[in-house]
Design a binder for this molecule. Structure first.
Ligand code: ZN
Length: 420
């Protein structure tokens, strides 16, 4: 199977962050075979040609922290702070969810993500995770999935490990990992065993950290350490660890996360909406060597899965927080949403380069909100939105063409969702 994208403006995200006008991209099977001007077509090859004149081709966005099935709970428990929202609204509602509900919620969430240019997402959930994997395969999106261990509500680590073992190497779109909800929902022995299991299986380890000030106080009281110091102390901090939020951290913890090359996922909209107060200092995490990524978090605390919005908010919050307009280059924000996400999840994607996985999106570069082109990267980060995404290719397969999802019937998905 081969696809030729003709005549696009290609935002490569390669080492020199090259942008090439009037450029073709040849995809063979699931990889990018070549990039260049006027690539030849012969003997009916490639099978599919996409005329991308006036369009921007860029690597698909990577949503590095979400709970996709939480579309089911969108708008539930509004205007509550995190702990109350979680304990009084979300966990009781989730306890009633069936695998079928999770499947329908996930299918809806995936449609929303595809439309906003997301080609891969990193998920943590607690029920029906096999159904989430099934939904990824059916829709054609790439998923890094986990069945989270949450001791406080009886979700055992054994299940998390069993899920990871079951899906390891099974499907090219689904990569399992091991996750624990948080330090306040999982005891120390569970955290240690989870990380040891992830290391043994050569998988990523994923959890929430330092989301609220209460979490910091509780951790200090219990362990005499700040959360990231604590994680390091029990052997959880390294380049295979993915930490979501990190909104309340000391400068020492930032340096430590950088030294250990851990991944920090900034979820600014969820933090703002749950009024957690702390702003993840991605500028300093990045400067110190941590792998900074961006995530929407679930649709119950965001309330969308829109990565364009997340890119913009991530940038604006840093400017506002440091009172410094040039604190973080816009290019870096796009890096966080593409190459850094791929690095965090251990997938060979995130840039348009020969040999990389063909996870590519096309944007309408002629739309009113994308003109003029004084700075294309700033147009993508600050002005673009899901309405600009026309085509999505994942793993060398056309998943969305001219705004129509090809792999599944979106109307039926919406109908089924509304029924449940
Ligand atoms: Zn989360």
């Amino acid at each position: 199977m081969s696809i030729l994208i003709k005549n696009a403006t290609v935002v490569t995200q390669n080492a020199t962050r090259e942008i090439i006008d009037n450029c073709d991209i040849l995809i063979t099977n699931n990889k990018i075979e070549s990039i260049g001007k006027n690539l030849k077509t012969e003997n009916g090859k490639p099978e599919t040609i996409i005329d991308a004149t006036g369009k921007i081709a860029m690597p698909g966005l990577i949503n590095s922290h979400t709970h996709v099935a939480m579309t089911l709970l969108r708008g539930l428990g509004e205007d509550l702070p995190l702990q109350e929202w979680l304990e009084k609204k979300i966990w009781p509602a989730e306890a009633k969810l069936t695998g079928k509900d999770v499947y329908n919620g996930t299918m809806l969430g995936i449609c929303e993500m595809l439309r906003s240019g997301v080609t891969c997402f990193n998920d943590m959930y607690l029920v029906g995770v096999d159904e989430i994997a099934k939904a990824c395969i059916e829709t054609g999106i790439r998923g890094s999935l986990s069945d989270a261990a949450i001791a406080t509500i009886g979700h055992k680590l054994d299940r998390a490990i069993a899920f990871a073992k079951k899906w390891k190497g099974k499907n090219s779109l689904v990569t399992p990992h091991i996750s624990c909800h948080s330090i306040y929902a999982c005891p120390e022995d569970m955290l240690i065993k989870a990380k040891e299991s992830a290391d043994k299986e050569k998988l990523k380890f994923h959890m929430h950290i330092s989301e609220t000030r209460k979490e910091i106080f509780d951790c200090l009281e219990k362990t005499k350490k700040y959360p990231i110091d604590y994680l390091d102390n029990i052997g959880l901090l390294d380049e295979n660890t993915i930490l979501a939020h990190a909104g309340w951290v000391t400068k020492r913890e930032i340096a430590l996360a950088g030294k250990k090359k851990a991944t920090i996922v900034n979820c600014p909209i969820s933090n703002l909406k749950l009024a957690t107060g702390g702003i993840c200092q991605i500028t300093e995490f990045d400067q110190q060597g941590a792998n900074v990524c961006l995530g929407t978090d679930g649709a119950a605390s965001n309330n969308s899965l829109n990565m364009f919005e997340t890119m913009k908010m991530s940038s604006l919050l840093q400017k506002h927080h440091y009172w410094k307009a040039d604190v973080l280059p816009t290019q870096r924000i796009l890096d966080f949403a593409t190459i850094n996400g791929a690095k965090a999840l251990g997938i060979n994607a995130g840039s348009i380069e020969k040999g990389k996985l063909a996870d590519i999106i096309l944007l309408d570069g002629k739309a009113a909100n994308m003109l003029p082109r004084n700075d294309l990267i700033s147009n993508i980060v600050y002005a673009a939105g899901p309405q600009n995404v026309t085509d999505v290719i994942i793993n060398g397969k056309i998943v969305m063409r001219e705004r129509v999802i090809q792999t599944v019937d979106e109307e039926k998905i919406v109908d089924s969702f509304r029924q449940i």
